[in-house]
Design a protein around this ligand. Structure first.
Ligand SMILES: C[S@@+](CC[C@H](N)C(=O)[O-])C[C@H]1O[C@@H](n2cnc3c(N)ncnc32)[C@H](O)[C@@H]1O
Length: 285
């Protein structure tokens, strides 16, 4: 009988990011360029200016903190946070390598921020809110440390069908390693894909002027299908653990089915996927 893979709870989620951090370290530069359009969107929607103080929630291998450091300049500051120690180390090493002196690094989840009240002009997170253990208390903490009138901006994945970079390989893998049906609140990539869901958490936590907008962009990278297969299967803890259930023949079959499913996104030899995120913004009263 096929053993079904169980969905993860929030504590297991942080542990899985910890084990993924060595791959996020390996692909730090790729992640930065692949999702650069998202960083530009965050900067524009947050109206970030030189001299401001910014808090980055779930900064992973360093973005958007590393980019924001140059925008706020020496008169401003960026505080990077992430609960996974390996992610913090990766981001800190990269900041040191670049000689950035206006970023501080803090290992903490969004639900427990070690900053005083009313500290930051803007609090933001790129692709991290889906993994919060307790989204309402995370938003409460983020509001607490935001200055009155300051902004909160969170960027999350849009619907699964608009994101073949994720869904194609995951659909193929599910045929080989079936998973238990996922709770719609499980801390996984598409948890806030439904319009209005994360915006409601902002409102429940007390944010005002809450707004949400879908943004379509392209995930482009000079990477062939083989490179895509290695990148996706290394970076995702879910894919790594599912593949570990298969023998080498089955892995080869998954790879061959994935290559077939994604070939249209490598038309000129390089990776070019359509993708969609939601940008949710709000203010502290
Ligand atoms: C998809 S990565 C995004 C990293 C980075 N912001 C980027 O866009 O490249 C998600 C990050 O959320 C972090 N995370 C998981 N649970 C969290 C929590 N409760 N609070 C804040 N961040 C969390 C993970 O450790 C991981 O680094």
């Amino acid at each position: 009988m096929v053993k079904l893979i169980k969905p993860r709870d929030a504590n297991e989620v942080v542990a899985s990011w910890e084990t993924s951090s060595e791959y996020w370290n390996k692909y730090q530069g790729t992640i930065e360029t692949m999702f650069a359009p998202l960083t530009r969107t965050l900067v524009a929607s947050s109206e970030i200016q030189p001299g401001q103080s910014i808090l980055d929630i779930g900064g992973g291998s360093g973005e958007p903190s590393l980019t924001l450091s140059a925008i706020v300049g020496e008169s401003g500051r960026v505080a990077y946070t992430d609960p996974a120690a390996g992610m913090v180390q990766t981001a800190r090493n990269e900041a040191e390598r670049r000689g950035l002196s206006n970023i501080t690094f803090h290992q903490s989840p969004a639900e427990r921020l070690s900053f005083p009240d009313n500290e930051f002009d803007t609090v933001l997170g790129r692709l991290s809110a889906m993994f919060f253990a307790d989204p309402k208390s995370a938003l409460g903490e983020m509001l607490r440390v935001t200055k009155p009138g300051g902004r909160i901006v969170l960027l999350v994945w849009g619907p699964r069908e608009a994101n073949p970079f994720f869904s194609e390989i995951s659909d193929v893998l599910n045929q080989f390693v079936p998973a238990e049906p996922e709770d719609e609140d499980a801390p996984t990539a598409f948890r806030f894909a439904r319009l209005g869901k994360l915006a409601q958490v902002f409102l429940d936590a007390g944010a005002i002027e809450v707004n949400e907008e879908p943004l379509s962009f392209r995930i482009e990278q000079p990477l062939d299908i083989e490179g895509f297969w290695v990148l996706r299967t290394e970076m995702s803890d879910t894919f790594r653990s599912k593949l570990a259930h298969l023998d080498s023949k089955e892995v080869a079959a998954v790879k061959s089915a994935t290559v077939k499913a994604v070939s249209e996104f490598f038309a000129n030899g390089n990776m070019n996927f359509p993708a969609q995120v939601l940008i949710v913004t709000g203010r502290k009263r």
